[in-house]
Each structure stands twice: as structure tokens, then as C-alpha cells.
Design a protein around this ligand. Structure first.
Ligand SMILES: NCC(=O)N[C@@H](Cc1c[nH]cn1)C(=O)O
Ligand SMILES: [Zn+2]
Ligand SMILES: [Zn+2]
Length: 477
């Protein structure tokens, strides 16, 4: 059953309205990692709930309890569940997305206010969350609006699961998905899952994604003096926490991206010629990867090695140092306590559970070698397992056919370097196929400054998601 003939036109005709709605969503500063923005994450849940309800979706906000952040107990934002249609003759698809975003400040280097969506001359819709993940969520709303206003029946039953903690490790969601996946739960009867929360490899070829790396996030605290000290008075006198931390962090990864924690590479198989061929065939180039990164800084001249570095190999990134002096000027302080943050991206069979003992043991051994009198504490902050799916499942056939119809090309089949921790929980708990059907381009700059979603991707992506529902209705189980 193809999508109705007027569906694409409806999306194009409502472009301005849809962009305004995206601007309203971007304006809510739903930064999950910032405790002072927690009310905005909750506000975003209510905003989205009202949108879903206006198109006839039955909704419920599920309380996820509390979590502890820097020693303070904080309420978690609720998860938003929705349901529309219960026709037993139709398939039921579960749609997941997240309404929280990464932090953003103009002073980080944004050209415009990050929480004011700015439409640029070339069609770029610039704003935090435009591509990750408010634009894709609104793509589903655009499809719902079409069916509501034209009084057309949806081709499938839809369940929704939208969360507000994805950028902070999806805390609390696992338990909810496991509970709602039981008989009588919200997700009973779900046949397949679709997530639109990642990106094409380049700026022209759509992709369908069948794998994600996992993540394991850590903080290493080094504590020394009771308070910050004058470096003129105490420099050369005491063990400095920052010196220890910088030395320790330098032991984690080398300049070529090689992870230095012993045992990590023993877990990963190396790619044979057939596997390398998969990456060779992908429509990508070093030049495009460097263009998206904004610098000629690729780790290798080999496209295959660079793509495998993102998709099928682990990596370790250093993110920041809490407690370090970072302002302008030349403050001569010795920070009393510093916390280094880093994470590993994981590939099968790595898990946060099997990797954490290796990381902790190594850091403790390396710290002991420093002979420092300061104190080390290694804390695991959050994690998620890697996931690889069967790309020949009928759920993927529906996504491929929808892509062919909207973009008139064969999609590239990719694994994503990022993580969506709940994906594996959906796959395992509901025992069904999960497909990742992204809307945005490879140069969207998710998590970065000047994050954008191109207007054409927003509109074509909305058509893609709607068309996928029709292909799903048709495809043989
Ligand atoms: N679009 C998915 C995404 O960006 N996921 C985050 C998840 C995460 C894990 N820890 C912190 N955030 C990612 O960084 O991959
Ligand atoms: Zn995301
Ligand atoms: Zn993200």
C-alpha cells in the first residue's frame, strides 16, 4: 500500500508551520545533563504530550523515580508513552525518540543563539536539538498531523516511547521498558521498533542503520589539598591533583586513537577482507569525513580504516576536567580536586560490565606508579551495550523500500558510532527487530556547535517516516 498521493504535498505545503513547531521545541532548553535545566526537560515532555494528544494519541507520563547527580538526589524526567490504533489485523510499530538535548552556550562558538532555531539562506535550520533528536521526533508528528487533518486511517498501529534522559545514559528507562514489555504492558503486541536518531554518512546518500556502538562513561577524581591553593606559595611544595590527572589521562589513549588499556583489543576480532569490503562500498570519503569534522585531521588516509574506526572498532575519548580553571586571564591556582571525564565506545562482545574492571585496574596501577600522595577514585557514570541487528528482516525491507521511494536511491547500510542505550533493551525485551532510520546528514554537527538540520532533510525525512509506515503495513512478516 503506497502512501496516499497527497501525503508528500501536504508535508511541503505545511513546511513553514512545521519549522515553527520545530522552533518551539528547540526553544525549550531540555538539557538532561544540567540539573538546573531539569524543569525544562519536564516541560518538553508535557509539550510533546500535548502535541501527540492533539492528533488523537492516547498518552501517559510514566514517573521514572530519582537519580543521584554529584551527591544530590534529583527527580528523573518522566517517560512519555503513546498509543494510537489497536486494529488486530494491522502490524504494531513502536517508535522511540528522545526529547532531551546536549548542553549549548553561545560562548561555545555558536554563530546564533543555540536555543533559537535560525533558518539560514541555504535552508539550514540551526539550533540545539534540531537534528538530535527533536527534528526526527517532529517528523513523526508531521505524519500524524497529516492523518488527523485529512481524516485518513493510519496503516499500522503505533506505540510511542519518548524519553528525556538519553543524552545522560537513559537512566531509569530500562526498567520501564522491561515492565511495559510484559503481557498487559504498554508495549504488548509490538511487532517491530523504529528509531530515527542518527545520521547519514555524507550529505547526499540516505542510510539505514543496523548497529550501534555501546558506551561506558567514567570520571576519575583526584583529591589532594583541603582547598584550592596559591601556586606561588604551594607550587613545588605539594603533589598537585591536576598534574596527576593529566598524566593519568595521557595513559588512556595515544595520539593515533589506540586505546592503551590492556585487554581491550583482545576482545575484538580483526576484520577480514570480506568485512573490509563492506566499508569499501559505502559512499563516503576521507575528504567528506574531514569536511564534517571541520579539519583535515582524519586518523588515517584509508577510508576503510576510518569508517571501521567509527562503526566496528572501539574508541576512547577524553571529554573534560571538572574543577580545572578554564576562564580567561591567568589565575594562579592549584585546584584542590579535579575530575577527569572520559568514555569508551564499545563493540560486541564488549559491555560496560566486562570493560569496567579492566579500566579500573589499569588506572589504579598507573596511579600507583606515579607515587603521588593524592587520592584516586574511579567512578563509572553510565553505560550502554553495543547492538548489531539482522539487516535482512522485513522491518529493514520496509525501511529500504520507503527510502527508495523518497530518495530514488538504494540506501547505504551502516553501523553508527554513537550509542542509543535503550535499543538493545527493546530488541531483547520485546524480541523484535529494531531499525534505525535517520533523517539528518553527516555534517549536521550533533552534540557540536551550530547543530543543524537541513530543511530538505526535515521535509523529505518526514515523508520517509510516513512512507515507512505504509511499507510496513504491506511487507510480508
Ligand atoms: N543520537 C544518539 C546519541 O547522541 N546518543 C548519545 C548517548 C549518550 C551516552 N552517554 C551520553 N550520551 C551518544 O553520545 O552516543
Ligand atoms: Zn540522539
Ligand atoms: Zn545525542
Amino acid at each position: 500500500m503506497p502512501a496516499p498521493a497527497d501525503f508528500g504535498q501536504f508535508i511541503d505545503d505545511h513546511a513553514d508551520e512545521f519549522i515553527k513547531r520545530l522552533a518551539s521545541a528547540v526553544a525549550i532548553q531540555s538539557v538532561s545533563s544540567d540539573p538546573s535545566r531539569r524543569d525544562d526537560v519536564v516541560k518538553m515532555a508535557h509539550w510533546l504530550e500535548a502535541q501527540l494528544q492533539s492528533y488523537g494519541v492516547t498518552t501517559v507520563l510514566r514517573d521514572l523515580g530519582t537519580h543521584v547527580e554529584d551527591g544530590h538526589e534529583l527527580p528523573l524526567p518522566p517517560a512519555l508513552l503513546g498509543s494510537i490504533g489497536s486494529d488486530p489485523s494491522k502490524k504494531t510499530v513502536l517508535i522511540y525518540g528522545h526529547f532531551d538535548v546536549q548542553p549549548a552556550n553561545k560562548s561555545d562558538g555558536w554563530s546564533t543563539e543555540p536555543f533559537e532555531l535560525t533558518e539560514e539562506q541555504d535552508g539550514r535550520l540551526v539550533g540545539r536539538g534540531s537534528t538530535d533528536d527533536k527534528g526526527p521526533i517532529l517528523g513523526w508528528l508531521n505524519t500524524l498531523q497529516y492523518h488527523f487533518e485529512t481524516k485518513k486511517e493510519l496503516p499500522v498501529n503505533i506505540k510511542f516511547c519518548f524519553e528525556g534522559m538519553e543524552e545522560s545514559g537513559s537512566i531509569g528507562l530500562d526498567a520501564l521498558v522491561i515492565k511495559e514489555g510484559q503481557p498487559g504492558g504498554w508495549f504488548e503486541g509490538v511487532d517491530c521498533v523504529c528509531i530515527s536518531d542518527n545520521y547519514w554518512l555524507n550529505t547526499r546518500t540516505p542510510v539505514i542503520t543496523y548497529g550501534l556502538r555501546g558506551v561506558s562513561y567514567y570520571k576519575i577524581d583526584i583529591t589532594g589539598p583541603a582547598r584550592d591553593l596559591h601556586s606561588g606559595v604551594f607550587g613545588g611544595t605539594i603533589h598537585e591533583p591536576m598534574t596527576d590527572l593529566v598524566l593519568l589521562m595521557s595513559k588512556l589513549v595515544d595520539v593515533k586513537g589506540k586505546i592503551l588499556v590492556p585487554g581491550v583489543y583482545d576482545m575484538v576480532t580483526s576484520a577480514d577482507a570480506d568485512e573490509r569490503e563492506i566499508y569499501e562500498r559505502l559512499d563516503s570519503s576521507i575528504a567528506e569525513i574531514e569536511e564534517a569534522a571541520g579539519g583535515k585531521i582524519a586518523l588515517s588516509d584509508s577510508k576503510v580504516d576510518v569508517l571501521m574506526g567509527r562503526m566496528r572498532n572501539p574508541s576512547l575519548s577524553l571529554h573534560g576536567i571538572e574543577g580545572a580553571f578554564y576562564g580567561g586571564g591567568a589565575k594562579t591556582v592549584i585546584p584542590a580536586k579535579v575530575g577527569g571525564k572520559f568514555s569508551l565506545r564499545l563493540v560486541p562482545p564488549m559491555t560496560p560490565e566486562n570493560i569496567t574492571p579492566l579500566v579500573t585496574k589499569y588506572l589504579e596501577e598507573e596511579f600507583a606508579k606515579l607515587g603521588s600522595k593524592n587520592t584516586l577514585n574511579v567512578e563509572f557514570l553510565h553505560g550502554g551495550r553495543p547492538w548489531v541487528a539482522d539487516m535482512n528482516h522485513w522491518n529493514y525491507e520496509a525501511a529500504k523500500e520507503a527510502t527508495r521511494q523518497i530518495y530514488q536511491v538504494e540506501p547505504d547500510m551502516t553501523r553508527e558510532g554513537g550509542s542509543i542505550p535503550i535499543t538493545l533493551t527493546f530488541a531483547d525485551t520485546l524480541g523484535c527487530s529494531v531499525v534505525l532510520l535517520p533523517m539528518g546528514r553527516g555534517d549536521d554537527g550533533a552534540h557540536s556547535t551550530n547543530e543543524k538540520l537541513d530543511k530538505s532533510n526535515f521535509l523529505q525525512g518526514s515523508k520517509l517516516l510516513g512512507t515507512y509506515l505504509y511499507e510496513l503495513a504491506d511487507v510480508k512478516k
